[in-house]
Structure formats: structure tokens, C-alpha cells
Write a protein that binds this ligand. Structure first.
Ligand SMILES: O=C(CO)[C@@H](O)[C@H](O)COP(=O)(O)O
Length: 234
């Protein structure tokens, strides 16, 4: 069932190590078929080297596993929470890319210092609050999705303008109109985080980008007729 969806999710998952966004079995990617309310996600704990398209696990939006011999990713409830909250997205990616994860572990958003950043995000890449001991001890992965949704709802962020978040003490989650776009955003987040870290080393008091430059770069990429194709490494 849904062979094409499983293939799409598979391609996104194997792209993560190819772009240096994860090590070992960290990270996961998922793609949703909105017409069926089913998403395909990486199986838990399987080395990316051994992954096959048919290993992808199918889960519905109620959290029920509808197909797959293997256990779905441990982060499946987080992906599901995001698919339910952000109805325009078609794919979610979670990585542990080093520089973006450094900002997440430090509880820092990624400040917008330049046009590379402004091409993808309409401002700083936000970080969530820390999760409470209660949230960690109960439905941790679902609550991880909740703190992301809470961050976006409280700031009135449009998930299309900010297709990424840093989960405090954890790592980045990204999304897009399809999972290939979510992979591209994950590549951009890691590039931008690395540049931001180096910029802060060069100038610890560096102010964020001027509004006119942000508007010019973001709007020319995301305005009417903008090209949404996938690019390679940053
Ligand atoms: O958040 C983390 C680790 O902190 C995840 O990246 C897991 O390591 C992925 O686990 P599975 O998808 O293999 O269950």
C-alpha cells in the first residue's frame, strides 16, 4: 500500500547521512498522503545503510500503525503532532546536525545575520522552551510536538515563513510542502547555524540583519512565482 509514499520517505531518510545531517541512527523523516491521512516514517533504530523503501512504516493520524513489520521511529508522535497542527505541510525532518543542535542545546535561537538565512526564514530560527519534568516523564514525544506548536502559536509564526524550529536541549525539526523540501530546509538550517556561530566568534555583538535586506531576500524567494526547487549543499 502507498508504495510511492514509502519511496518518497525512504529517499528523504537516506539523504540525511548523505548531507552530513545525522550520525548513527539519529534523525528521521516522514512524508504524508493528506488524501488518506497516512504518513510514512523511518523505522526505529535501523542503520540508514540497511534501509529499504519497504522498511518505511505507515501510520495514520490517530497514531495507529497501518502497515510495516518494524517499529516506527521513536519520534513518530512528534511528526504526527506537527502534521495535525500544520495542515499545509507534506513532510517533516528531524536531524541532529551539529551546529544547529549546538544552538538547541544552549537554548538559543539562531539569529538572522545575513541573506543566506533570509532566503529561507523570515527571522531568527526559533527555539522552544525547555520541557517540564512532567512532560518528559509522560508522553514525551507527543509533548515535544506540543512545545513546538505552542512556540508557533504564541508567536503567531506562519509555518511557511518559519519552516524550522530548535527543540530546547534537543535538536532541529524542519518541514515543507513535501519531505524533499523539508530535507532542503534541514541542509539550510545547518549551513545557517554554522555561519551564525562563526559570525558570533568574529563579532559577539553582531546585530541582526536590516529589515529591508530581510524583506528583499525573503520575499523574492517566497513571493508569487518564486522557484521552490530543491538545491544541493549550501
Ligand atoms: O531524538 C533522537 C535522539 O535524541 C532521535 O533522533 C532518535 O535517535 C531517532 O530514533 P529512531 O527514529 O531511530 O527511533
Amino acid at each position: 500500500m502507498l508504495e510511492e509514499l514509502k519511496r518518497e520517505a525512504y529517499e528523504a531518510n537516506i539523504a540525511l547521512p548523505k548531507h552530513g545531517l545525522i550520525n548513527l541512527t539519529f534523525g528521521n523523516a516522514s512524508a504524508i498522503d493528506r488524501s488518506k491521512g497516512i504518513f510514512a516514517i523511518k523505522p526505529s533504530g535501523v542503520d540508514y545503510v540497511f534501509l529499504k523503501p519497504d522498511d518505511m512504516v505507515l501510520v495514520d493520524l490517530d497514531g495507529k500503525q497501518v502497515e510495516g513489520k518494524l517499529r516506527p521511529s521513536s519520534d513518530t508522535p512528534t511528526h504526527r503532532r506537527l502534521f495535525l497542527a500544520f495542515e499545509s505541510i507534506g513532510g517533516v525532518v528531524h536531524t541532529h546536525s551539529s551546529h544547529a543542535t549546538a544552538f538547541a542545546q544552549a537554548g538559543r535561537s539562531i539569529p538572522i545575520f545575513g541573506t543566506t538565512h533570509a532566503d529561507y526564514f523570515f527571522g531568527d530560527i526559533p527555539v522552544t522552551r525547555k520541557m517540564t519534568p512532567q512532560e518528559i516523564a509522560t508522553a514525551y514525544e507527543w509533548e515535544t510536538g506540543n512545545v513546538i506548536v505552542e512556540r508557533f502559536t504564541s508567536a503567531k509564526f506562519d509555518p511557511a515563513d518559519f519552516p524550522a524550529v530548535l527543540v530546547n536541549r534537543h535538536a532541529p525539526f524542519t518541514w515543507g510542502h513535501n519531505v524533499a523540501k523539508a530535507v532542503e530546509v534541514s541542509i539550510a538550517v545547518e549551513c545557517i547555524a554554522h555561519m551564525a556561530l562563526m559570525s558570533l566568534q568574529l563579532e559577539p555583538k553582531l546585530p541582526t540583519i536590516e529589515a529591508e535586506l530581510l524583506n528583499k531576500h525573503f520575499k523574492r524567494k517566497h513571493g508569487p512565482g518564486a522557484y521552490y526547487g530543491q538545491t544541493g549543499n549550501c
